[in-house]
Write a protein that binds this ligand. Sequence first.
Ligand SMILES: [Zn+2]
Ligand SMILES: [Zn+2]
Length: 364
Amino acid sequence: MEEYRIPKTMKAMTLTAYDHLEMAELPVPQPGPGEVLCRIRSVAICGSDPKMIHGGYKFANWPPYYPFVMGHEWAGEVVALGEGVDSWKVGDRVAGEAHHGCGDCDNCKRGHYTVCLNYGKDGHDGGLDTGHRHYGFYWQGANAEYNVYKAAVLHRIPDNVSFDAASMCDCAGVAMHGVELAGVTPGGTSVVIGPGAIGLNAMMECKALGSGRVIMIGRGAKLEKAREMGADICIDFEKEDPVARVLELTNGIGADEVMECSGAKDSPYKACQMVRKTGSVAIIATYHDGDVLIPANTVNFNEIHIVGSKANPNVSDKVLHFMSTGAIRAEELITHRFPLEEYEKAVDIFEHKKEGSVKVVINP
Ligand SMILES: [Zn+2]
Ligand SMILES: [Zn+2]
C-alpha cells in the first residue's frame, strides 16, 4: 500500500450565511470506524445547490449549521481508511452517494435508505448518532479537498471513466431511480419532460434499457442539446401542444411511460394526459412553489401508475457501468470546469444557464 501524505488542513468552500460563500482553511477530517477519507477530485453543481445557497431549503433545515461545506455529486480517491474498513484500499477511485441510511429502520431494511426514518439523527448536534448521513445537505459535503464518508456510500469507478464524468453518478442515478420505478417498455415509446441534466440522463437510460424511441419535451438550447445527444423526437412546448403531439405520434394511445424531470407546475398534469392507459409516470423533479395538481379522474379511469422518485438508491453501480459502456455519455453533459476558488462564478453560470451551461464541475 503506497504512502499518501495527508495534510493537517485543507481548502474548503463554506456557506457562512444565506447567499454568503467564503473560502476557508479547515482541519482535514479523520475517518472513524467504518469510514474512509477521500481526496475530492470533481464535484458537480446540482440544481439544489443554488437553492440552498439562497435559503430555499429553510423548511428542510439545510444547512443545519454554519459554516457549512456543501457539495454532494462527487468523485475522488480513497486516501485513508478508518477502523474495520476492508472493502476499500488507498488509491481506489470512487464516486459517492449523498445518502447513507441508518441501516436499522424499517425503510432502510427494505432498501429504501433515501427515505430513512432516522433522517438527520447523525449526532452533529450532540444528539443520537444513528449512522444516518446526508452529505452536502445535512452533513459536511465535497466542496473541499478532502471529506470523510461511510464506506457504504462509495462505488468503484470503472477505469475508462474520468473523475469528472463519475461526478455525474449522483445526477445520472437520480434519473435512473425514476426510470427504474416507472419501468421502460422494450421497443416502446418513452417521454422525458425537461431536457436538463437529469432529463438527458433519463433519455440515455431509457435507450440503454431498450426503449424503442424517446420523445423529449422542452425548449431552447436544452432541447437542442437533447437533439444533438440522440433524442428520437423533440417537442418544443412553446410551438406545439405536447399532449396532442404525443397522442398523434402514438396513434391516439399515449406513451408507455413518462419521466417528469422539468419541475414545471403543469407538467405532472400533462404527463398523466399523454401516457397510455395503464402506463407509468415517474415524478423525478421537485416543484418550487409547493404541491401541484394531478388529474385524479384520469389517473383512476386510465389506471395510471404514478411513482415518486427520491434521490438515487441502489443505482450507482448501474449508471457507472453505463458510463463505462458509453450508454451514458456523461462527459458530453459537462460544459464548464472551475477550480474551487471560482465556485461562486461557477454557480452563477450554472444557475443562470449562462454560456449554454448544462453541468458545471469543480475540481478542488
Ligand atoms: Zn444533486
Ligand atoms: Zn434508516
